[in-house]
Design a protein around this ligand. Structure first.
Ligand SMILES: [Zn+2]
Length: 195
C-alpha cells in the first residue's frame, strides 16, 4: 500500500511510473499488506513508443498469474525484455507468445500438440491446439496454419528481423486470442475478435 501516493505533493507520485524498474522498500504489515516506505526509480523498461504494448502485456500477465501465484514476476520481466528487443508491429504478439510459452500453455510450432509427430507441411489450429491432419476432429472450427507462418513466428521469436505479412499477423493474433479464450482469460484490446 502506497499511502498518500495520489496526493499532488507525495514523493511517491513521481516515482510510481508504470513500466519502469523500481527498487522499493516497505514495512511488512501484520495482515499481509506491506506499507511502502521508499522508492528509487530505475530505468524505463520500454521506449515511449512501446508503452501501450507494454501496458497490454502487463494486463495479460495480471490475468495469467493470479495474486499469490509464486510464478509471474520473472515471466513478465522476460516478456517485457522480449518486447523491448522487437520494435516491429509483431513485437507484442511475440512477447505475449513468449509469456504464454513460459506459462506452459503452448507447444512446439513444428510438432502436433496432440500426437507429437513432426509436421513439415500445413497444420491446423483447433480447440486451442496446433494439430496435424490426423488429429483434427470432425466439425468444430479450424484455422489453417501454414508452414511458412510457423517458420516466420519461430524466426521472430528467435529475434530475426522478419516482417510478417498483414495476413500472417492477423492469423497469429487470432491464434493468441483463441489461446487466451481457451483458458478463460478476457481478451485485451489487441486480442479482441475482429468480426
Ligand atoms: Zn497429430
Amino acid at each position: 500500500m502506497a499511502r498518500g501516493a495520489r496526493r499532488p505533493r507525495s514523493p511517491f507520485r513521481a516515482s510510481l511510473e508504470p513500466l519502469c524498474s523500481l527498487q522499493i522498500s516497505w514495512r511488512p504489515g501484520r495482515t499481509g499488506m506491506g506499507m511502502l516506505t521508499d522508492i528509487q526509480r530505475g530505468q524505463s523498461l520500454l521506449e515511449a513508443s512501446q508503452s501501450l504494448d507494454g501496458l497490454e502485456l502487463i494486463a495479460i500477465a495480471s490475468r495469467l498469474f493470479q495474486e499469490g501465484d509464486p510464478h509471474g514476476f520473472e515471466e513478465t520481466v522476460s516478456a517485457l525484455s522480449f518486447l523491448a528487443a522487437r520494435k516491429q508491429q509483431q513485437g507484442l504478439l511475440a512477447a505475449v507468445w513468449h509469456m504464454l510459452d513460459l506459462a506452459g500453455w503452448l507447444g512446439n510450432l513444428f510438432h502436433c500438440w496432440q500426437c507429437g509427430d513432426e509436421v513439415a507441411g500445413s497444420m491446423s489450429w483447433q480447440h486451442g491446439h496446433l494439430l496435424c491432419e490426423n488429429c483434427l476432429q470432425d466439425g468444430g472450427n479450424r484455422m489453417p496454419v501454414s508452414a511458412g507462418l510457423r517458420k516466420s513466428i519461430a524466426g521472430v521469436l528467435e529475434g530475426c528481423n522478419i516482417q510478417l505479412s498483414v495476413e500472417n499477423v492477423s492469423t497469429w493474433r487470432e491464434i493468441i486470442r483463441l489461446v487466451l479464450k481457451e483458458h478463460g482469460l478476457k481478451a485485451t484490446d489487441s486480442f479482441k475478435a475482429q468480426y
